[in-house]
Write a protein that binds this ligand. Sequence first.
Ligand SMILES: [Mg+2]
Length: 253
Amino acid sequence: MKPLNQLTGRDLAKIKMIVFDVDGVLVPRGTKIKQEGNTTTLATKIIAKKQIKQIKALHKKGYLINISSGRGLYMLQAMFREVLPFVSLTYECGSATWYQGRLYQHFNSFKYTLDLFQKLQKAVMGKKDFKGFEPKEFIVTVHCKKRMKQVEATVKKEKGLTTIWNGEAYDILVKHDQTKALGLRRAMKIFKLKKENVLAIGDNYNDQELLREAGLPISADRTRVKGKFYIPLRGQLLPADLLMQKILSLETK
Ligand SMILES: [Mg+2]
């Protein structure tokens, strides 16, 4: 892996779409969530004005922008409100893509997760390390203060499902199939792109497959994921900020 400062205009010659993971890339990691009985309080994260400006500038330069997140669509729409006319949102770890008001569903997890939610509720509600279920449509996301064996044991008994722990929550997904990689492959079809046309940046374990599908993968945390380039995780600036600055500074098109 090379550091970002070695990225050149040549590396970007074929790039048409830039795919951003959200948490830890465009906004700091960490979710404020609290659940008491049937009341869930979940803070919407805000994308800084500076990043919105950078995204607009990339669009102006001719790049397609795809957001690939484990978050739900409602949250991504709120976060990216200002750039929605030209940004596609691939949500819940590749399960579906929203683009200009149209929905493209990539995966149907219904039969896998039919009873899961009730089982998990039983296993975690009232436990001291449980924080809350984040509202989702196609995956189940359980926020916890730390890893909870109750979650892992419950999911282990379910056929075909797996847990991905990201340091603050478990995403529960259909093994192998329900991934950000699937989401990216489908998004590439929507926009008629090849692998070599895609740059993707991610920072967490659920981004590894995403980065593998991209011609130009960029790691925002090289202790967790591998890319052709990496962004040093230090200082005040977010990885996406540094990457966008770099791309916007290069003569490419
Ligand atoms: Mg992330």
